[in-house]
Design a protein around this ligand. Structure first.
Ligand code: FAD
Ligand code: SIN
Length: 545
């Protein structure tokens, strides 16, 4: 079944399922969703739904920290310049300026609300250096647990707010629209079954889609649900070909692909191959601290050359005192994780390889979080504001989620002033016709392998065309099927996003930022300094200047 023919993946009738009314429905409880909910709750009733526990999000996993130019020898202008340089010609300068400027206040607000950022011995905030930043400007908490601290403070605040109701373990399946206006969503929980929420405004804050790749630093929640829902509802999507791969995820059979922060290389770690060679010296003058896409490709190439499935991160050349005083204190989470697999970080090489990490593209929004559908807003990793261009500067995404969460709340409240109160509507959506027994996990594993091998760090037309054919084949029977549990809907979302990523990657016939085509290894500013936009309503992808 062609993607563009699918409007709903489930059926529902307002006569059969319970419904509720709210002013604002926020889908997702990471930094973007919670910050938006807290802002909107100042003048509206807000319902937050989240598919697992409140804190389960990519926000929770963030280690490196949050970038903000707060030191006296740094400036907003330096941070803007670094972001634009990293973005390889596709950042929207107005968005970059706004987010970085307002990001300074977002960080001050977090501190006021109780986020504990680490301090140096002189009492000033400890600031780390990361690739692409010309100054140390990355704030962190408890060494490598920044996301956990931010999520703790925001979720506590949201839970205690009288205008916010939180529904955990509740999966949003589809958006409801009428005349290009979003009026709510269909939800599912294992306890209560399906439910309809009529909302005057709906905000998608569903995070990334790293789960479409076999190797990823993202947790299970990152299946691109918001992007797929928005596509089915007819919203415009943008920049889907730009998937950022992180060079160093732990690669131990049986272990999750935990991120090993770039900050570990910032503290002096080397990358070596099975012969003990520090191979990055051959690839870039900045060696281990070269841009992420360069390091990821170099690792891939060295793995091929040495016939290995991994490379290794080593800190054994640092002296004992550095280990005790810097590395162990700075990365307590990583130290514990390695110890669980009997790896002593001070002595043993840590097996690593690249993994899909961050979804640069997403639902196209303006700087007020508005999508192309009235009453539908998006913020955080699921949205595309064009802050990151074709490559994201490390630690800029928590910043974006917080700033855009807050701005979206303001624009939702403005929209509510003009939007009529909703009366419950009757609605009847027929279920998909087919009830075949599909082995969800089997298709999912095949999809994730296909994306990793054919739409991964290096791409070319032959592999992309073949991938598109296979994805079309799977779409034909999976998208028309009537699933009744979240794992089936999740698979339908993953397939939708994977197809659109592949289609966009095939279309962009050049290499730019994180998108590398071996058949078009150079950038082509004349033809391709533009965004690729996709939408269900338009029959083909369209280049947007
Ligand atoms: P998330 O925090 O992912 O929240 C999404 C929410 O949506 C979750 O609550 C999820 O359950 C919910 N959801 C999704 N689908 C549905 C559905 N169908 N129904 C209901 N709920 C749904 N960025 C930095 O700036 N600095 C870092 O140091 C950093 N480190 C990172 C480390 C790792 C390992 C990873 C994976 C990412 C890191 N990032 C970092 C990126 C950053 O964490 C994310 O981009 C950011 O947290 C995204 O926030 P968000 O609110 O948009 O989404
Ligand atoms: C890292 O700590 O290396 C990840 C930071 C990020 O993705 O922004």
């Amino acid at each position: 079944m062609p993607l563009k023919d699918v409007r709903y993946i489930t059926g529902v009738s307002s006569f059969d399922v319970p419904h509720r009314l709210t002013d604002v429905l926020v889908i997702g409880s990471g930094a973007a969703g919670l910050r938006c909910a807290i802002g909107a709750a100042t003048r509206a009733k807000v319902l937050v739904v989240t598919k697992k526990g409140v804190e389960e999000s990519l926000t929770l996993l963030a280690q490196g920290g949050i970038a903000s130019p707060i030191s006296s020898d740094d400036s907003v202008e330096f941070h803007i310049k670094d972001t634009i340089e990293t973005g390889c010609g596709l950042c929207d300068e107005r968005t970059v300026r706004m987010i970085i400027k307002e990001g300074v206040h977002a960080v001050e607000e977090l501190i006021k609300w109780g986020v504990n950022f680490d301090k140096s011995s002189d009492g000033s905030y400890a600031l780390a250096s990361e690739g692409g930043h010309s100054k140390p400007r990355v704030l962190r908490s408890s060494g490598d647990a920044t996301g956990r601290e931010i999520e703790r403070v925001l979720s506590e605040r949201a839970r205690n707010h009288p205008n916010i109701t939180i529904l955990e373990n509740t999966f949003a399946i589809d958006l409801l629209t009428q005349n290009n206006r979003c009026v709510g969503a269909i939800l599912f929980s294992s306890k209560g079954g399906k439910e309809i929420v009529w909302a005057r405004a709906t905000v998608l804050a569903t995070g990334g889609a790293g789960q479409i790749y076999r190797e990823t630093t993202n947790s299970e929640i990152a299946s691109g649900d918001g992007i797929a829902m928005a596509y089915r509802a007819g919203a415009k999507l943008r920049d889907l070909e730009f998937v950022q791969f992180h060079p160093t995820a732990l690669y131990v059979a049986g272990a999750i692909r935990a991120l090993i922060s770039e900050a570990v290389r910032g503290e002096g770690a080397y990358l070596i191959n099975r012969f003990g060679e520090r191979f990055m010296l051959r690839y870039h003058p900045k060696a281990e601290l070269a841009p992420r896409d360069v390091v990821s490709r170099a690792i891939l190439s060295d793995m091929k050359r040495t016939h290995d499935t991994q490379v290794y991160l080593t800190l054994s050349h640092l002296n004992k005192e550095t280990h005790e005083n810097r590395v162990k204190k700075r990365f307590p989470g990583l130290w514990r994780l390695c110890a669980a697999f009997d790896i002593d970080l001070s002595r043993d090489p840590v097996p690593v390889r690249p993994a899909a990490h961050y979804f640069i593209g997403g639902i196209k929004t303006d700087i007020f979080g508005r999508t192309s559908i009235k009453g539908l807003f998006a913020a955080g990793e699921t949205a595309s504001t064009a802050l990151h261009g074709a490559n994201r500067l490390a630690s800029n995404s928590l910043l974006e989620s917080l700033v855009m969460g807050k701005r979206t709340a303001v624009s939702v409240l403005k929209y509510l002033r003009k939007c009529p109160h909703l009366a419950p509507k009757t609605i009847s959506i027929p279920p998909p016709k087919w009830n075949e027994r599909i082995l969800v996990r089997d298709v999912e594993d095949s999809l994730r392998s296909l994306m990793w091998w054919q739409v991964g760090i290096e791409r070319n037309a032959t592999e992309l065309e073949d991938a598109l054919k296979r994805l079309s084949f799977w779409c034909r029977y999976v998208l028309r099927n009537n699933f009744d549990t979240p794992d089936g809907w999740r698979l339908q979302n993953m397939l939708t996003v994977a197809y659109l990523v592949t289609e966009s990657a095939l279309m962009r016939q050049e290499s730019r930022g994180v998108h590398y085509r071996t058949d078009f290894p150079q950038g082509d500013d004349k033809k391709w300094r533009c965004h690729i936009e996709v939408s269900r309503r338009e029959s083909r992808s369209r280049k947007e200047k």
